[in-house]
Design a protein around this ligand. Sequence first.
Ligand code: DAH
Length: 343
Amino acid sequence: MEQMLEDLKRIEAEAKSRFEQVGKQEELNELRVKYLGKKGELTAILKGMGKLSGEDRPKVGQIANEIRQSLEEVISAKTKELKEAALKRQIEEEKIDISLAGTKLEAGHIHPLTRIIDEIKEIFLGMGYEIGEGPEIENDYNNFEGLNLPKDHPARDMQDSFYITEDTLLRTHTSPMQVRTMAAKVPEYPVKVICPGRVFRRDDDATHSPMFHQVEGLVIDENISMADLKGTLLKVMKQLFGEDREIRLRPSYFPFTEPSTEVDVSCGICGGKGCRTCSDTGWLEILGAGMVHPNVLEMAGYDSSKLQGFAFGLGVERIAMLKYGIDDLRVFYDNDIRFLGEF
Ligand code: DAH
């Protein structure tokens, strides 16, 4: 019995000191199995109790139980301590220093071309226009024929096109939206619409891109004259470029308007006196326009003896270049953040 008690005391002391030194919960679990488990050291000693006398057995049993209990207490105290230490460590590691500077999120902004289109839309909405949109893949009729440009018309040469089939192409201008708008509306009037969108031509240099943007305008009503066209465009240009700007109309030719005109806006750099930007003319060419050709009205089903209309086509890139003083149109499509960041 003496030997047994000695062994128990030794195991108790050894277990306690090892439990105390443990730094991880897993190690503690392993030690618990080693000392207190079914195949543990304490159990191994108790297995020898059969050899003890009936008198000694309960004594040793009691002492063994006390030892087990006291070791369990050490383990649970240690477990608690380890948990607290782990939590403390976690809190330390995850501490957020709210005095540190934050990560700045760079907000993007609207592309300069989109901004011009938005501005143009606002101006026309304010004058009671509707806004229309149409497909970039068009048929020959809408892009050309319905605009008084029959097959083999020489004016088709002005718009070098990307054909998909003989009858379908990437629209070369937004003017097919005139044909589409009239087809959807006839015989109703007035028509008062602008249609912004992408257009495509086989051109590629500093002032021409194979893809660019236009805004088409169409007005159809009774008693519409060239004066309405000029008044409208003057108002728009003043809102777009500034109240001090003037416009002038020069005769031109488009198959879908008669008469046709090229519209210039006075140069903002020299105020109309003449400078490098305006090639010493004092004027900048800005858009094509005219009175809707009677053939175009008739083909759409409108009575050209009763109704008139005016139409215009603005080049968005051209306006952006003049407004922001940009001399190479390709910068709009390069996606160079240094350029885009200027706006
Ligand atoms: N569609 C013409 C072009 O791209 C521009 C244009 C001229 C549109 C006169 C019009 C217009 O509506 O009346 O060259």
